[in-house]
Design a protein around this ligand. Structure first.
Ligand SMILES: C[S@@+](CC[C@H](N)C(=O)[O-])C[C@H]1O[C@@H](n2cnc3c(N)ncnc32)[C@H](O)[C@@H]1O
Length: 340
């Protein structure tokens, strides 16, 4: 399939391949925790001809696309319906299966095969795909009419956006609009939502929010921030990123890299702060005369500033405008006392 005919164009693709050193690791072991349509994953498997990839997504519809896209790579791609939060269990299981199945690959292809405890690269391309936005039945889009769902995994029993708008206290609703949507009119909008209950469709909600907005006209659609906030809350997106980063580092081999692409400042802040903390030895307050924290850096920063899309990429794929890519590299385990 040609990249341009696919519904979702992978962002910052060259930078991801370069910074995960995919071409230098022809038999590398890679994990794509957010497979989507499989664009990044297909490029990784093509660039490293003996590589293996474990791909995960919470969305069964995305996995169907990814399965078709990655079919030409046969058993080199393992696709699992799971949250990336499950990599702590899934990566060791997958590596064990790979080694059991790959006796024919000579050890020169497998770095440090005897004490191999981690993978060469992990990619997390956070957020939502174009297919999810474009499918009105998923409830992510304020420009189309559909049920207020917004779950990445609609087969889960998790709460939906409709549950939140129809049952949460006005204050709780206002809080998430403010925190996750950075919506200045959060209280006014939350009150308007509560007054209009029950609300069942995206168009109904978008109209209520548009009418409630105060202040000067904004460049973005008046419901953009509300929809972003609800999506983040429904999928606990910030919690998931916070939880997965240390686990991802646990499962990198020394020299292995973690690349994270985020699309809004709340996510990027978590990535930036976690990477900084994980790249720092002592984290004692600066006025303490000796170190008491026993904190050891587990990684070094590969990108000091986030990599962003060029104007040319933004013209081709406007979604890339807000993308920020940060990458870290796992240090030798000897730097860390407990060996993880
Ligand atoms: C931006 S898209 C990825 C696009 C992909 N890189 C490509 O090239 O097609 C993000 C994907 O992450 C998935 N996702 C979001 N949170 C997830 C989680 N906690 N675990 C696994 N997948 C998740 C979404 O369902 C969506 O398909």
């Amino acid at each position: 399939m040609d990249q341009l005919t696919l519904p979702h164009i992978p962002v910052l693709l060259d930078a991801v391949l370069d910074l995960l050193r995919v071409r230098d690791l022809p038999a590398g072991y890679f994990v794509d925790g957010t497979l989507g349509a499989g664009g990044h994953a297909a490029a990784m498997l093509s660039a490293a001809p003996l590589s293996r990839l474990l791909g995960l997504d919470r969305d069964p519809a995305a996995l169907e696309l990814a399965r078709a896209r990655l079919a030409p790579f046969g058993s080199r791609a393992t696709i699992v319906h799971a949250s990336y939060e499950e990599i702590g269990r899934l990566i060791p299981e997958w590596l064990k299966d790979q080694f059991a199945a790959e006796k024919h690959i000579t050890t020169e292809h497998i770095p440090a095969v005897n004490d191999f405890t981690g993978v060469d690269g992990i990619l997390l391309d956070l957020g939502i795909s174009s297919m999810q936005v474009d499918d009105a039945t998923r409830g992510f889009a304020f420009m189309q009419d559909g049920p207020l769902d917004m779950r990445f995994d609609p087969t889960s029993g998790d709460i939906t956006a409709a549950d939140i708008v129809n049952t949460w206290e006005t204050d709780e609703l206002a809080d998430i609009l403010y925190r996750y949507g950075e919506e200045r009119n959060s209280r006014i909008i939350a009150r308007a939502i509560a007054a209009a209950r029950p609300i069942s469709t995206t168009r109904q909600l978008a109209d209520i929010v548009a009418k409630a907005q105060r202040g000067p006209r904004q460049k973005i659609h008046p419901a953009t921030r509300t929809f972003q906030a609800l999506r983040i809350a429904v999928n606990d997106e910030l919690g998931a990123v916070e939880r997965v980063l240390p686990i991802a580092i646990d499962h990198l081999r020394p020299g292995g890299r973690l690349a994270v692409i985020s699309f809004h400042s709340l996510e990027d802040r978590i990535v930036k702060q976690t990477f900084k903390l994980e790249a720092t030895d002592c984290i004692c307050p600066p006025d303490l005369p000796t170190c008491t924290c026993d904190h050891h850096a587990r990684v070094e920063l590969v990108t000091r500033k986030p990599v962003e899309a060029t104007d040319a990429e933004i013209r081709l794929n406007p979604r890339s405008r807000s993308a920020k890519l940060r990458v870290i590299e796992r240090l030798d385990y000897s730097n860390v006392h407990d060996g993880v």
